[in-house]
Design a protein around this ligand. Structure first.
Ligand code: XBP
Ligand code: MG
Length: 275
């Protein structure tokens, strides 16, 4: 009998490298289409990723541009338009098979399903983008594979706020103590940990350096070998996720005020646990 009842998946960067090759490219196509003379190169976009949410990212960037509209209302109108056009280009990019699932994602999802462990989505991206990616990768019935899908529309206060994880847990009907989250970024990690969820961190291209000390496990990808408390695992598998639930519940600095508990073990980026 598994103690683990649900695996909660982040989307961008975790399921696939959607940021550099997907959203970034789609934003640039939207700038062109809308006649806006802006371009986000790979490095600039990496810095902008500190701001979660594509619409919020656009507004943040406009705040330091001299050629952006002066009036707040005009900026918001332009950000809404660009975001909408970007999402259409994103869907086209995904449909063109330019973005694939990261190693081990499909395999671990199948393993969870076979062992009766629920799957859920907890993401800051919009519903339409989740649908574009997952319909393409998992088929038109992708939603039936998940016990809960929580997106930007369900939790408008975005990561690092924990609300999207709390919504997903509530919908799936499980406590944080029976859940593991899979994330790729510091903001995502903070959101999951503040919701009290032990988190496996698979850093994506933009987030190789962390900080990830609050993660229960850091591993290059879900197919990489892991050594945890003297046990060897060939890859991230259900047995290993179950084992993670034996560790201390996670906490975020300052989270004690919200009823959180003691610190989690620290794990090196090679996937070796010290906890
Ligand atoms: C990542 C995000 C999103 C995407 C773009 O979310 O911050 O904003 O960059 O998607 P996560 P939208 O890692 O939680 O999946 O344009 O829909 O915001
Ligand atoms: Mg992410």
């Amino acid at each position: 009998m598994h103690r683990l009842k649900v695996v909660l998946w982040d989307v961008d960067g975790t399921l696939a490298e959607t940021e550099r090759d997907g959203h970034r490219v789609a934003f640039n196509r939207a700038f062109s289409e809308c006649g806006v003379p802006w371009f986000w190169d790979v490095d600039a976009y990496g810095r902008l990723l500190d701001v979660t949410g594509g619409y919020e990212r656009l507004l943040f960037d406009m705040a330091s541009r001299e050629d952006a509209p002066v009036e707040a209302q005009e900026r918001e109108r332009l950000a809404r338009l660009l975001h909408q056009v970007k999402n259409r280009h994103y869907a086209e990019l995904v449909a063109a098979k330019e973005i694939e699932l990261r190693p081990g994602v499909r395999r671990l999802m199948q393993e969870c399903a076979a062992e009766g462990i629920a799957l859920a989505i907890a993401t800051t991206t919009g519903r339409k983008n989740v649908d574009s990616l997952l319909a393409h990768e998992l088929g038109p019935d992708w939603e039936s594979l998940f016990a809960a899908v929580a997106c930007a529309e369900d939790a408008p206060v975005k990561k690092p706020d924990p609300s999207v994880y709390l919504v997903a847990l509530e919908r799936v009907g499980n406590a944080a103590s029976a859940a593991v989250a899979i994330e790729d970024s510091p903001n995502g990690l903070q959101a999951a940990v503040r919701a009290g969820i032990r988190t496996v961190l698979t850093p994506s291209t933009y987030f190789r350096k962390g900080p990830f000390s609050a993660a229960a496990l850091v591993v290059d990808n879900l197919n990489a070998a892991v050594s945890l408390r003297g046990r060897e695992y060939e890859r991230v598998e259900v047995r290993l996720l179950d084992e993670l639930l034996e560790s201390e519940p996670p906490s975020w600095p300052g989270a004690r005020d919200q009823g959180m508990e003691a610190p989690s073990p620290t794990v090196s980026p090679s996937g070796t646990s010290s906890g």
